[in-house]
Design a protein around this ligand. Structure first.
Ligand code: ADP
Ligand code: ZN
Ligand code: ZN
Length: 754
């Protein structure tokens, strides 16, 4: 009997041998099979036909069924799965489960499409013409009218599988993947400026030669990166190739899609987290058959099985949403570069603020940098000003007479007023949702903390607007944990000493809204009433809400926009001429080693929203520490100089990208259990000969999360192959240690922080 090696979705770091009984067809590598596994039945993927097995012959079990006669997973995808599994130290079967659509993992068939066969019934002499039932004639007409119609569509129209099979047997129809129309460029592509043209020519050179090359398209917001992508995409499409465009999670907006649709008359599909399983499956299938010509996707799009991929573009390539934070902890940029290398195609990473890793890759000659230094069109770059918050911030008294300390400096308020009076828009950025991050008792010092996590509860209060809309009481408010979702009604007195003197410390976006409302939208205080919009996950939910808001912003009336990360990324607000970064300090104070880098990226990104379309923009950066060397460096010398300074620091401290980091995370119901697992993992690592720097055990930044305790271990290594060589053996042994029992252990290669 034939032996099969099968990858199964189990947490075990191995594949499993099964027999293929003679009554079944021999499944090819890349085909799915259903197998008995303990008491369950699992769907797995055949990865080899080994000649013998470590398992004795009489212990080997036969598979239940062959699901695919033709392999459903192509060699490229399988090779990618092997690479991911070994690089990220994640079980192969589970890696495949992350890569494939849910329906495929469950063993369902991808949609089949039908077209008429060459021998059309009309052309067959009537004496040889097969006899058809009414249903069969009806089905044939439908397929003639709608070539490449899907099996599920036919079924919905009342055509049974039996009818379709009958037509297939009579060779009147065949299973045929859709043939897409040749893509066309429409609209008027802009004439590229010199820098854009140079970048394009470097990319097309790689396209024409059919070679891999990684590009970093480094240009500020509005410098015309997207225009370069569009030109490069047109070239790839003209060669009959497919194109993958990866965008950050918040970047896949209707506006992004509209721009691609306006330029190309082509089959463009968007893949994002909001899709249903069957929509996802259709997209996956469209990539496989070549039907999809341009795919715009968030990070997991990198796993789609393109048959003719010619170009990968990663927009906002520094964005941390490209790194998956659970299960298979991959970084889509790294996977994109690896895939480009395997498929011999160019990969373009576009960003205004390259990550330090990307700068290092340029220095090492692994990425080719193309710079766009000017804003395309005639827009000026924004002017930065530091605002010293120590000179005083403006507070406000709410309708209950309670005074709140504010985040905005007097100078900032003046600038906002002047901008509004000029008929322009203001954007205030504060990366803190809710009303206030801390609720404190003024009498005894009690703090409202989450019962399940080691973190404070954030005070959320309905905004004035929400309160009037919902006609809810203005006072309705609650305390919420941003880590586990725990939520309670805000106490009216201290739960510990019963004092009514509860203080709100710090300001979140909804308090900022209230304050700006009091200043600029309350007819009692202000001659003109300006619209104010709060844009964050609490206030803008769903696509239509966002679309409506977007239209309103584009009416170009003077208004204030307040928001978190959601407004920092990807959106083009043409009429914003003043951007305020309400709190620049917090990011520079955070213990995460990547925090200054991410803070600078965010500041640059928010400022990129100002002064487009020929209007000079101003960016006010508020700080309590205007002497902060990192901040002044960023403002005075720009992001690149700032990044080079950070790189220098990282080099001296031997931190990534000057070393390779691995983070081991352990969590358990008891703190000691998690800590013990880490201590033993560390001891075990010292049985290997290595020169790693090891920091362990260290408490996770939030030790207790949702009633589990988190302890971790950081490994820094100079030489990547040595590191991975040891991890290969050590990690599986760690999972099997007695101290690892009852502990959830995870490994994160190239972690985003610790
Ligand atoms: P980015 O992607 O770098 O933010 P975009 O490609 O969106 O930049 O370009 C910013 C603006 O400049 C857009 O309105 C775009 O139409 C315009 N633009 C881009 N390239 C050119 C060009 N070569 N000539 C004139 N306008 C351009
Ligand atoms: Zn108290
Ligand atoms: Zn919590």
């Amino acid at each position: 009997m034939i032996l099969l090696q099968i990858a199964l979705p189990t947490p075990l770091y191995r594949c499993f041998d099964y027999l293929c009984p003679p009554k079944l067809p021999i499944p090819s590598v890349g085909s799915r099979v259903s197998v008995p596994f303990g008491r369950q039945t699992l769907v797995g993927v055949v990865i080899a036909h080994p000649s013998d097995s470590d398992v004795p012959k009489d212990k080997l079990k036969p598979i239940n069924a062959v699901i695919d006669e033709i392999p459903i997973i192509n060699d490229d995808s399988l090779a990618l799965a092997f690479w991911l599994s070994s690089y990220y130290h994640y079980p192969l079967g589970e890696t495949l489960a992350v890569m494939l659509p849910t329906h495929i993992i469950q063993g369902k068939a991808p949609p089949t499409t039908y077209a008429l066969s060459a021998n059309e019934p009309d052309q067959i002499p009537s004496k040889d013409r097969p006899k058809l039932t009414t249903k069969q004639t009806q089905a044939l007409t439908l397929i003639k009218e709608q070539p490449f119609i899907r099996d599920d569509t036919l079924r919905n129209m009342g055509i049974s599988t039996a009818t379709i099979n009958a037509l297939l047997n009579k060779s009147l129809i065949s299973k045929h993947p859709p043939i897409p129309k040749p893509p066309k460029v429409q609209g008027t592509p802009l004439n590229l400026n010199d820098e854009q043209a140079q970048a394009l020519s470097a990319i097309t050179h790689a396209l024409d030669k059919g070679i891999y090359q990684g590009f970093l398209l480094n240009g500020i917001t509005g410098s015309g990166k997207t225009e370069v992508y569009l030109h490069a995409i047109a070239r790839a499409l003209a060669d009959g190739k497919q194109v993958l465009v990866l965008v950050p999670e918040i970047g896949l907006t209707p506006q992004t899609l509209a721009r691609f649709r306006a330029r190309f008359d082509a089959h463009i599909i968007a893949l994002h987290s909001g899709l249903s399983d069957s929509e996802r499956l259709s997209g996956w299938q469209a990539c496989r058959t070549g039907d999809a010509q341009i795919v715009i996707a968030t990070r997991s799009g990198i796993f789609y099985p393109f048959c003719q991929l010619g170009l990968i573009v990663v927009d906002e390539a520094h964005d941390s949403s490209f790194k998956q934070q659970d299960h298979l902890r991959y970084h889509a940029c790294d996977v994109a570069l690896y895939l480009g290398f395997c498929k011999k195609i160019p990969v373009v990473l576009g960003t205004a603020t390259p990550s330090l890793e990307q700068y290092k890759l340029i220095a090492d000659g692994k990425l080719t940098e193309c710079k766009l230094t000017k804003r395309a069109g005639n827009a000026d770059t924004a002017q930065f000003h530091l605002v010293d918050k120590r000179l005083g911030t403006v507070g406000h008294t709410d309708i209950h007479g309670v005074f709140h300390h504010g985040e905005l400096a007097i100078e900032t308020i003046k600038a906002i007023k002047a901008t509004l009076e000029q008929g322009e828009q203001v954007m205030v950025f504060l990366n803190r949702r809710g009303f206030s991050p801390i609720l404190l008792c003024g009498a005894c010092g009690y703090q409202a903390d989450c019962v399940r996590c080691s973190s404070h509860l954030t005070l959320h209060k309905s905004t004035l607007k929400q309160a009037t809309h919902a006609n809810a009481s203005y006072l309705y408010n609650h305390l919420k944990c941003h880590h586990c979702g725990y939520q309670i009604k805000t106490p009216t007195q201290c739960p510990s000493c019963h004092s009514p003197n509860l203080i709100h410390l710090g300001q979140g976006t909804s308090q900022l809204y209230e304050q700006l409302h009091a200043l600029f939208a309350n007819p009692q205080n202000s001659d003109v009433v300006y619209p104010i919009h709060q844009i964050d996950r609490d206030t803008v939910q769903g696509k239509t809400a966002w679309d409506r808001l977007y239209d309103e912003i584009n009416t170009a009336r003077p208004m204030i926009l307040i928001g978190t990360q959601m407004i920092a990324k990807g959106h083009h607000f043409e009429n914003v001429t003043l951007v305020v970064v309400a709190d620049a300090d917090i990011g520079f104070l955070s213990p995460n080693f990547r925090s200054p880098e991410h803070t600078a990226q965010t500041i640059m990104q928010v400022s990129g929203r100002a002064g487009r379309a020929g209007r000079a923009g101003h960016v006010l950066i508020q700080t309590y520490n205007p002497q902060n060397p990192a901040l002044t460096m960023l403002i005075k010398s720009g992001y690149e100089a700032f990044a080079k300074m950070l790189l220098n620091e990282r080099c001296q401290l031997a931190l990534p990208p000057y070393s390779h980091a691995v983070l081991i995370k352990a969590d358990a119901r008891h703190y000691d259990t998690a800590k013990n697992a880490i201590i033993h993992a560390k001891t075990h690592l010292n049985h290997f000969e290595h020169d790693f720097a090891i920091l362990a055990p260290i408490d996770a930044p939030i030790v207790k999360k949702n009633n589990r305790f988190h302890v971790q271990m950081l490994i820094l290594a100079k030489h990547r192959p040595t590191l991975h060589g040891i991890l290969n053996i050590w990690w599986e042994q760690v999972l099997a240690l007695p101290t690892s029992k009852g502990v959830r252990l995870m490994i994160d290669i190239d972690p985003m922080g610790w």
